[in-house]
Design a protein around this ligand. Sequence first.
Ligand code: PHE
Length: 451
Amino acid sequence: MSTHKHTHAQWSSRIGFILAAVGSAVGLGNIWKFPYMIGQSGGSAFVFTYLICIALIGFPILVAEWMIGRRGQSNPILSMSRVAEQNNRSQLWSIVGLSGVLGAFLILAFYSVIGGWSINYIVKVGSGAFAGQDAAAVENIFAGLLGNSKELFIWHSVFMGLTVIIVALGVAGGLERASKILMPLLGICLLIMVGYGVFSGGFAAAIDYLFTPKFELIDSKVILAALGHAFFTLSLGMGIMMSYGSYLGGEINLLRTATVVVIMDTVIAILAGLAIFPIVFANQLDPSSGPGLIFVTLPIAFGHMTSGLLLGLVFFALLTFAALTSAMSLLEPVVELLEEKTPLGRSLSTLAAGSVIWALGIAVLLSFNEWSTVMILGNNIFDFLDKLTSKFMLPLTGLGAIIFVGWFVHGNIIRQELHLSTAGEIIWQIIARIIAPIGVAIIFVSSLGDV
Ligand code: PHE
């Protein structure tokens, strides 16, 4: 710690930290992927499978990343190298931090483009663009947005600009304050939507879709999907949680706090299902996942509902809040690194990092139109960045973090950090040394199959 300035920022409260961590965890995955996965892959039997994956893989890696950050009190690279040094381990471990920061950097470039769609849809819904439109027209509106590089550019810039402003304001004054405002707003939007869903006429069908246990659907593919999602949904393997951990003081109980974050992330994802699917079923539409569900299926429904305009606004506001709190968490590790490694202060570091990522985002948005034929290893730029990060960088970074903490950090440090009883320590070791690394390794190897 000798080289460390004591000015390193800190969260101002435990609740602020929790909201920021939940804000990072709750993102597009919770809204456009998880509810659909539940419905298609076993209902409550899937939720059960997923919770096991969360407990055995997501949870321990979340704790490991926070622990590294808190002990390192620095950006992910320096935190890894400090903790390695405290344990007389090779400085090469800092590579784990480096690949996390790099992953966050690359992901934000395309995450911001999608965040831009979300803001644009607030405007579209608000101006009545979907009112009375049929499915083909709504599909055309979405295709039209993707084909229009100028429009994409504007909304990507707006989204990135908002992210930069929040992050530039600092840890307590920016990230934490924004989370304290946006997360309750997200919660209110979600409850309004679920409340509407209850009376929409599609609620029973949604409950049936989401919760009827279908254990016969749980096969190895479904378990793999649950594993992968448990990892992705907690924003692991991208330096985010290390960076967020570096602003933590010693008084925070990591195990208890991780439990709260994991539960909130899951509850919000399930509520998102209860917000979305009643509308889908009440309008006789087919459930789907991904951008199509959000930017086509739902707008078709909004266009035909009496309070569709209002509800559409609430929904895209919700999506934008979820995307913003995740985007700011992606920018943070990069900014923390610049802030500590260069003479630039917080604002300039944020501006510099944000500008480079914004520029890369322009290449991403062009890959939907003018540059759609530009291929990197057989993928357009968007798909390439998505696959490179989610299939390679994130699992490998997460694997590095958990192997490091499981095998290379001294037992007394773990005891001190986690306040474990003897029995607790044995359980922790079995999970952190064996189960979680094997789980992530399986995610990694299996995802190579469909690159
Ligand atoms: N955890 C987010 C989700 O579930 C995903 C995410 C990815 C967040 C990248 C931040 C950065 O959607």
